[in-house]
Design a protein around this ligand. Structure first.
Ligand code: GYE
Length: 306
């Protein structure tokens, strides 16, 4: 529209880009930091954000996306809870001429024209770096090293990919064996509950690989309650590096974290502006991340933002 007079105030925001964003939920510290980042960056970029929380349910995300289409938002972005089952609704957005940006997690759609770009981490790499660290730590082991794995949400890209990267990396040492693997749905409660079962069923657990900090933090309670010392009796590897996870690492309860950055907001808003303007964007935008040992966590904690 042409409402450009009066310094732009009181125009009802009609000139603003409207972004519909469907978030997975509020399952973890990572997710909370991600939501904050998206809200702050949208405000800073002058983008009108319509935010929906799907409570970790795909059906809610599909509903939210259909609502966004109906409201004729300018751009849709979402973090797909699972990888499969998106083709129909993505096709509906495409038919309505609304560009879609995948944020944080990807989909397995064969038709790549259903979305403009995917911004997020390399989850396979996070799993691989976790596995490689363990291979290095256990290189002089003479007997079996028993690993239990707390998987993220079943069918989600980070659960699938982190498992893949980790499993491939630990194949380098035949002593390393995953003796139990189950989903804790990326939550603290899930991590605690599944770890309790693991501890009951497996007399010898040497290593816990948790697909995120929160499940690892939940597992700490189960491990302590079972009379074992986390970080000593059981080596703990997690992914994310949110503050509570970094604190556990600095305190010697975790042993290693592969970072996954939730601060995607600024880059996402840049992409929103570009696709709205019809500009070309790269098909894949990767987040930069690192890994932390206990010493590195101590050094990084004071300036950690989330
Ligand atoms: O690692 C986990 C969250 O999709 C990368 O989702 C994200 C994952 C993150 O619940 O903590």
């Amino acid at each position: 529209n042409s409402d450009t007079g009066g310094g732009g105030s009181g125009d009802g925001g009609n000139d603003k880009i409207v972004l519909g964003f469907s978030q997975v939920g509020a399952e973890s510290g990572w997710r909370t930091a991600n939501t904050n980042s998206i809200k702050e960056s949208a405000a800073a970029a002058g983008i009108d954000l319509k935010f929906d929380d799907a409570q970790q349910k795909q059906e809610n995300q599909i509903k939210a996306i259909r609502n966004f289409i109906q409201q004729k938002v300018d751009v849709i972005a979402f973090s797909p809870v699972v990888e499969s089952g998106w083709d129909t609704v993505l096709k509906e957005a495409k038919d309505a001429d609304i560009p879609v940006i995948l944020t944080d997690r990807s989909v397995d759609s064969a038709d790549k024209s259903l979305y403009k770009t995917f911004i997020g981490s390399d989850f396979v790499k996070e799993g691989r770096l976790s596995g490689e660290w363990l291979v290095e730590q256990t290189k002089s082991a003479t007997g079996p090293v028993n690993i239990v794995e707390l998987q993220g949400t079943t069918g989600s890209a980070p659960a699938n990919d982190r498992k893949k990267g980790f499993t491939e990396a630990i194949a380098a040492n035949p002593n390393l064996k995953i003796v139990a693997s189950q989903s804790g749905d990326f939550t603290r409660a899930g991590g605690k509950q599944v770890m309790e079962q693991f501890l009951k069923a497996n007399p010898k657990i040497d290593v816990l690989f948790a697909h995120n900090d929160d499940m690892g933090l939940g597992a700490l309670e189960a491990i302590t309650a079972a009379g074992k010392q986390p970080g000593k009796d059981i080596t703990i590897i997690t992914i994310d590096a949110v503050k509570d996870g970094m604190q556990a690492l600095a305190d010697g309860k975790f042993n290693f974290i592969a970072e996954c950055s939730p601060l995607l907001g600024d880059q996402l808003m840049e992409l929103v502006k570009k696709v709205h303007a019809g500009e070309e964007v790269p098909a894949r935008v990767e987040t930069e991340e690192t890994t932390f040992t206990q010493e590195q966590a101590k050094a990084a904690l004071p300036t950690r933002k989330y």
